[in-house]
Design a protein around this ligand. Structure first.
Ligand code: FMN
Length: 208
């Protein structure tokens, strides 16, 4: 696996909606998840769990649920003035059942700072700040290996179905579902506000 430098990965990592059908090697999936687990976390509790989904039937089932939920909320046909971010999200929604692999990123409420009480509802979002750091690691590692990803959260509206299909116990919260595959199209550049516009030195609004 050929790898690239960190800053090149940061600058060219973008969110993909179009994937080649080629399977993602197990070695790459393991390496990406390993990078995610290197993230810092509150109290070093590492309250995460990653489910790599490579089984075609499961991908089609979860992808089909995702598609139906996304199109159900945004409409089955695109409005003429649909913003680009929604247009690409719509493409992904229509093709989610075909992605080569998925990683379901989860929070494990038995690992965190507050003990999980069996039978009580979990406090959603409690470990989000630790989880998002791991997710960004995951994205950068995927980029370094030439793999595309995207954050998606739409499945959360019917999360229990996904939990049932994957045998996920009550103390596990699903946080985001990321498709994974070799992208169609190029990495970067991304459209971002210049960093100088969102940076101050010493006093808010003071530039250098
Ligand atoms: C918290 C969060 C939730 C998101 N949920 C979805 C989603 O459900 N479906 C989707 O297609 N994209 C989703 N996105 C992806 C954003 O639309 C995407 O990051 C943004 O358009 C920037 O894309 P770029 O990095 O390619 O420029 C989500 C992003 C974030 C940070």
């Amino acid at each position: 696996m050929e790898e690239i430098g960190l800053f090149e990965a940061i600058h060219s990592q973008r969110q993909f909606t179009r994937y080649k059908p080629d399977p993602v090697p197990r070695e790459a999936i393991d390496k990406i998840i390993d990078a995610a687990t290197r993230a810092p976390s509150g109290g070093n509790k590492q309250p995460w769990h990653f489910i790599a989904i490579t089984d075609r039937d499961l991908i089609e089932k979860i992808g089909g649920l995702y598609r139906d939920l996304w199109l159900g909320s945004q409409g089955a046909t695109a409005p003429p003035d649909e913003p680009p971010a929604y247009r690409s999200a719509r493409y992904l929604a229509n093709h989610m059942p075909e992605v080569p692999a998925m990683i379901l990123v989860c929070a494990d409420h038995t690992m965190g700072s507050q003990p999980y009480t069996k039978g009580e509802p979990i406090e959603r979002g409690r470990y989000a700040s630790s989880l998002w750091l791991a997710i960004q690691n995951l994205f950068l590692a995927a980029r370094a290996l030439g793999l595309g990803t995207r954050i998606t959260t739409t499945h959360l509206r019917e999360e229990q179905k996904v939990k049932d299909w994957l045998g996920i116990p009550d103390h596990i919260e699903t946080v985001c579902l990321t498709p994974l595959g070799y992208p169609r199209g190029n990495f970067g550049p991304t459209e971002r506000i210049p960093s100088a516009d969102v940076t101050s030195y010493n006093r808010f609004g003071q530039k250098g």
